[in-house]
Write a protein that binds this ligand. Structure first.
Ligand SMILES: [Zn+2]
Ligand SMILES: [Zn+2]
Length: 332
């Protein structure tokens, strides 16, 4: 089968991703094999290719927004069958026994397995997944449009919950890529006022076309104080300004897995009046189920750009340069 691997992490311009021919994988105990139809391109894949995230396995295949069909079932599987359409997300496994798993915070598991980082992901014709961590997908969800929901959508949803905006409240969104454009739709459909601060005319145009309440550049102040904000851009330099835009008691949630350095904060200017700064780390399966149900009900629509699987490196490079708005999706 065709598979992309991260060979030598480095700047995307130096082509750190390489396409290779690999033997088709065989599902081990508790796993199913998925024939990949589509795989979304997430910024985490770029961080992995460029070495911001240290590789946890030699020559790993990235990709953790996989939509595919189960075509082989490993021993011991009880939940999924051949022919099921599934989504394979970032959270590929947990130990189920650490104190965080036991208290329901499996996103904080101390021994997690991540798809496309610890185990091979969906930049390939096939991948294998622990059947307990795959999501069943409604048949009517298009394979291209469903892919970005599986990480960009789910993580954005968890970040939205973390920002703790009260009903009818004011949400700020910093950066407007794959995750943000899905989260903004959920927020608006839930009745929040949404202010988008982003660079790039294409991103600003996408935000405006979705009907958000205001669109500005990342260095602007939103037109009103925010009850909560989400930082999607991987830019630590934006943290102080985002904190200053919060109303008293507001929360800034950082959605990314990687962030560049945060400048020194000033207590009075950036944090006092009970403003909060928090991160978002992966998600639980319950978050995923809740979001996929909500996305289906609210008819959340991803703006997608298709690339053939053979052009995965181009998709990542276009993501790095901001060549498209919305989300890139690889099609096999
Ligand atoms: Zn655990
Ligand atoms: Zn992701």
């Amino acid at each position: 089968m065709r598979a992309w691997i991260v060979d030598q992490p480095g700047p995307i311009g130096g082509r750190p991703l390489r396409q290779v021919e690999r033997t088709d994988p065989e599902p081990s105990r508790g796993q199913v094999r998925v024939r990949v139809l589509t795989c979304g391109v997430c910024r985490t894949d770029l961080h992995l290719a460029e070495g911001d995230l240290k590789p946890r396995r030699q020559a790993v295949t990235p990709g953790h927004e996989v939509v595919g069909v189960v075509d082989q079932v490993g021993p011991g599987c009880t939940r999924l069958s051949v022919g099921d359409r599934v989504g394979v997300p970032w959270l590929g496994g947990t130990d189920g026994s650490c104190r965080y798993c036991r208290r329901g915070d499996e996103n904080l598991c101390t021994a997690p397995t991540f798809t496309g980082w610890d185990v091979d992901g969906g930049y390939a014709d096939w991948c294998c997944v622990d059947e307990r961590f795959a999501y069943a997908l409604p048949e009517r969800l298009d394979a291209v449009e469903a892919a970005p929901l599986l990480c960009a959508g789910i993580i954005g949803y968890r970040a939205l919950l973390a920002a703790e905006v009260p009903p009818g409240g004011r949400l700020g969104i910093y950066g407007f890529g794959g995750s943000a454009h899905l989260t903004a739709q959920v927020a608006m459909k839930q009745g929040l006022r949404v202010h988008v601060l982003t660079r790039g005319e294409a991103n600003q145009a996408l935000a405006a076309s979705l009907g958000v309440d205001s669109v500005g550049s990342v260095h602007d102040r939103p037109p009103e104080p925010l009850d909560g904000a989400i930082l999607f851009a991987p830019a630590g330099a934006l943290v102080p300004g985002a904190l200053q835009s919060l109303d008293r008691g507001g929360t800034l949630a950082i959605a990314g897995i990687w962030l560049s350095e945060i400048p020194a904060l000033d207590y009075e200017r950036d944090l006092f009046q009970e403003r909060r700064l928090r991160s978002v780390t992966a998600n639980t399966r319950a978050d995923g189920e809740a979001f996929l149900t909500l996305a289906d009900r609210l008819k959340i629509k991803a703006t997608t750009h298709r690339y053939p699987l053979d052009h995965a490196d181009q998709a990542l490079s276009d993501l790095a340069t901001g060549a498209f708005n919305g989300a890139a999706v690889l099609c096999t």
